[in-house]
Design a protein around this ligand. Structure first.
Ligand code: SIN
Length: 290
């Protein structure tokens, strides 16, 4: 179905709201082309007041590329292995979803050879300060523009970074807001270290983006560990300066998607069970970073 959409850019360097689209309907090719163009331009797009089933979310996600199954797929919806529950909700004393997903700055699955193009979250439940429905929501997600951060680097630093490759490690130390996640040996063995350029070129826009993150990257080829650690930290700190950030305050019914080359993100854990947060997450495969 063709839909007349409006794109409203946010004040931050990334982020735009798209109005006039009902994602429970199949989007016609011309409508989808506009959505994809807005996504490439703004890196984070949000559709408010949506009501979509897991199948509708999968169908929309699939238009952006092949769906991926997350390493933590034990938290997938029972009948939908492609939809991960990102949630702190507990049943019978255990988390029903991946409660700590995104609780440190990162770009999704940078520890894989083909990191995802985009990630899509549908907000099913959003925590509020007193637990009752209200606008005083918690659990915001912050997105930092890696392209704008790269643009802000001085010329000599851009030259220094050219050609460098960083090692991304699945089992890197900072995962999990309450300490390192317990990973099984099988999960670790399935994800050997990968090397990606510190500066990658966006496959759609051609913009250069910083693709390095403290806690995910453990070294840089050809550099001694202390120098590499200092450089990784310097670039990580730069990326998340206030001036590069869009902060999303969730509402139930939001469908938000982000570009894992053009932004890094963090989900704030400023709520605790029995405050409830439930996001349905789908992930779309991407290209080898170059
Ligand atoms: C994630 O990094 O996938 C989770 C983001 C969020 O829950 O806001």
């Amino acid at each position: 179905m063709t839909q007349a959409l409006i794109v409203e850019k946010c004040a931050a360097p990334v982020g735009a709201e798209i109005k006039g689209v009902d994602l429970s309907q199949d989007t016609a090719p011309d409508t989808f082309a506009k959505i994809e163009a807005a996504f490439n331009e703004h890196s984070v797009i949000v559709f408010r007041d949506q009501s979509i089933s897991p199948d509708q979310q999968l169908a929309f996600s699939d238009k952006f590329g092949a769906l991926e199954i997350n390493a933590f797929n034990k938290y997938a919806l029972p009948d939908h292995p492609g939809v991960l529950m990102v949630s702190n909700i507990r049943e019978n004393g255990a988390d029903i979803g991946f409660a700590d997903a995104g609780s440190h700055w990162h770009s999704d699955m940078s520890y894989t050879a083909h990191p995802p193009r985009c990630t899509i979250l549908f907000a099913v439940e959003v925590p509020t300060r007193d637990g009752a429905p209200s606008d005083d929501t918690l659990g915001d997600t912050l997105f930092a523009s890696t392209a704008t951060a790269y643009d802000a680097l001085p010329g000599d630093m851009k030259t220094r970074l050219s050609g460098l490759k960083a090692v991304h490690r699945f089992a890197a130390k900072e995962r999990g807001v309450k300490g390192p996640l317990k990973l099984t040996q099988a999960q670790i063995d399935k994800h050997p270290d990968v090397r990606h350029p510190v500066v990658r070129t966006h496959p759609e826009t051609g913009r250069k983006c910083l693709y390095v993150r403290e806690g995910e990257c453990v070294s840089i080829d050809g550099m001694d560990d202390a120098d590499a650690e200092a450089l990784i930290k310097q670039l990580s700190d730069l990326c998340v300066e206030e001036r590069f950030i869009y902060r999303h305050k969730w509402r139930v019914g939001d469908v938000l998607m982000w570009d894992n080359c053009a932004v890094q993100h963090i989900a704030l854990r400023d709520y605790e069970w029995p405050q409830r947060r439930m996001m349905h997450r789908t992930t779309v495969g991407g290209a080898v970073p170059v």
